[in-house]
Design a protein around this ligand. Sequence first.
Ligand code: UGA
Length: 418
Amino acid sequence: MKECRGRNLFFSTDLDKEIEEADVIFISVNTPTKTKGIGAGSAANIKNCELCARHIAKVATSSKIVVEKSTVPVRTAEAINRILTANEKQPNVTFQVLSNPEFLAEGTAMSDLMKPDRVLIGGSQTPEGLKAIETVVSVYANWVPREQILTTNLWSSELSKLVANAFLAQRVSSINSISALCEVTGADVTEISRAVGMDDRIGKRFLQPSVGFGGSCFQKDILNLVYLCETYGLQPCADYWRQVIAMNDFQKKRFSEEIVSAMFNTVTGKKIAILGYAFKKDTGDVRETPSMFIVRDLLEENAKIHVYDPQVTREDMWSEMSYTCGVNHDNTPKLDEYVTTCDDPYEACKGAHAVCIMTEWDEFKTYDYKKIYDNMQKPAFLFDGRLLLNHKELRDIGFEVHAIGKPDPIKFPGSAIA
Ligand code: UGA
């Protein structure tokens, strides 16, 4: 950013001037799940996209290509197009609406941008639409090989984004459903993931079992897809996709229930260290983070929770907890007494009955677990929600380890591998 700023990257808050001067405008605003009204809880709110379109139409005195970058329900471009056309300032001004969904992921955004698997550009299949597509293709062609730039009709492009996220989330839910089966049969989910993923047709990525997927995209986009299916009267399709979320909820619940049941069915007053609050490593983002649901459940049990995360702020933690779980200082007065945030992981674990690994931060692998163990209450429990650590080493130290989808060596002697 520093290198490009002032050269061919400029930031401005002078909206009207920038719209006026631009040939291509990307609408990159958020489209959160509606919380009220029709479709509350599943439909995406495209209010912000609509406001952008209205403003562009109001200000523009020359023709523009308007690109949907935001994740939107299929056929949003139709609405954008109608708003633009109905509000045109001058008759000689025309608009071409394109869809160019974002595929980059948090924590790897720059490398995803520089080396994308593909760039997708959808537009109307008219001479004007195809010309607009070519203009945007030529921008990406500066650093992305042409064969990785896919062009499609508008609706395929819009829908592909939702489908890509739904398929990725489905893989996580699929492997997580198998993790539950592994725990009761003595099979090892890592071995299964490897064996299944080595089939080229399946592939090995996104088969990492976890305490559940989080983030601002998967759940929101699947709900968006579910709502679309319902709107078009396709209830079985809606039910099918909703199950991906139901499985994710089950996985989170299962994890907190395992903590309570392993610790002699009570965690009341016990200190529990939560290592990791972000929804994935290398980000401070806590939206829909699985860690939050575990903390919420443990709060219900009156545990004393000590949270350490390398990036997450206490403020973000509470605002997301209030927004998504409805738990806040007003309705839960003892929150500060029950939840402590720590700047030091060893402090978080000191005197604890249990340590829970909730995010796959690399630094968690480098800790001195012997030192952590020595300072804990005994038996010292460790719950690995990300299969991040070496469980054999931990058991040799003395920990009682519970890990997602891994055979418990006491229940299944002879099955456990590190
Ligand atoms: C996701 C998609 O991967 C991006 O392609 C997309 O552009 C983005 O949403 C978006 O719509 O903006 P993101 O939510 O940043 O990206 O993160 P992911 O890497 O997809 O991880 C999502 C969740 O799944 C995380 O909680 C992660 O820990 C979990 N996960 C991922 C697993 O539990 N297991 C896996 O094998 C992979």
